[in-house]
Write a protein that binds this ligand. Structure first.
Ligand code: PEP
Length: 250
């Protein structure tokens, strides 16, 4: 049984006091939910404040990115150990904004995934095609490349500790959403790719989130698909009410 996971990616929003307020409202609304794993991914600067705020609740903490080394001369970077030190259990790796604006490629992401897992973080590994790629019917090719180039050398010894987020880039922050059928088709394809790498049992255990303009009014239909195990939520996670409605979509 895969426990759905719904993560809020706050991106570059929420200074410390705002983050405390939002986290505290979310804890009030969904802090005792156990049938869904709820994860908050605030900016690095607010991690500590959010860690303090969610303490004692079922809500967990995640980083939005990390480096692939433990320490060193990497100005501006954050080691995965610093995230665990803050109380993070999760880290987003390879968000399309990191791939697009910061030129993170599959090889770099592979190093990050390995390091994050080595220090005990659960990666939320993001993949997805652009609009142009979808129009050219390259969606499956893109997903195959991202999975096969991103995962060499990674063994999912415990596949429940690895999360994939399928996020069609054209649906992120645009208000456009993949139809439930489009999303299900992509999720099934990704699960089959994972079965080829790790075997069927592992692939059936890995959770695959959908991301891309998930809102309270489309959450139930998307997450009702057999291979969609939760959501990675951007915009709608910045407001406690909408995020809580997505968490309690059933
Ligand atoms: C995201 O940031 O991963 C995302 C899916 O954003 P939004 O929900 O705003 O489309």
């Amino acid at each position: 049984m895969r426990i759905p996971i719904i993560a809020g990616n706050w991106k570059m929003h929420k200074a410390i006091s705002e983050a405390r307020t939002l986290a505290s409202e979310i804890v009030q609304k969904v802090g005792d939910v156990r049938e869904v794993q709820v994860v908050l991914c605030p900016p690095f600067t607010a991690l500590y404040a959010v860690a303090e705020t969610i303490k004692g609740s079922s809500v967990e903490l995640g980083g939005q990115n990390c480096h692939y080394e433990s320490k060193g001369a990497y100005t501006g970077e954050v080691a995965p150990e610093f995230l665990t030190d803050m109380g993070c259990r999760y880290v987003i790796i390879g968000h399309s904004e990191r791939r697009q604006y910061f030129k993170e490629d599959d090889q770099l992401l592979n190093r990050k995934l390995k390091k994050a897992m080595a220090v005990g973080l659960i990666p939320i590994f993001c993949i997805g095609e652009t609009l142009e790629e979808r129009k050219k019917e390259q969606t499956f090719d893109v997903l195959r490349k991202q999975v096969t180039n991103g995962l060499p050398g990674i063994q999912a010894d415990d596949p429940s500790l690895f999360v994939v987020a399928y996020e069609p880039v054209w649906a992120i922050g645009t208000g456009l959403t993949a139809t439930p059928d489009q999303a299900q088709e992509a999720h099934r394809y990704v699960r089959d790719l994972l079965a080829g790498l790790w075997g069927t049992d592992a692939a059936e255990t890995v959770r695959i989130q959908y991301g891309g303009s998930v809102k309270p009014d489309n959450a139930a239909e998307l997450m009702g698909q057999p291979d969609i195990d939760g959501a990675l939520v951007g915009g709608a996670s910045l407001e406690a009410d909408s995020f809580a409605k997505i968490v309690k979509h059933k």
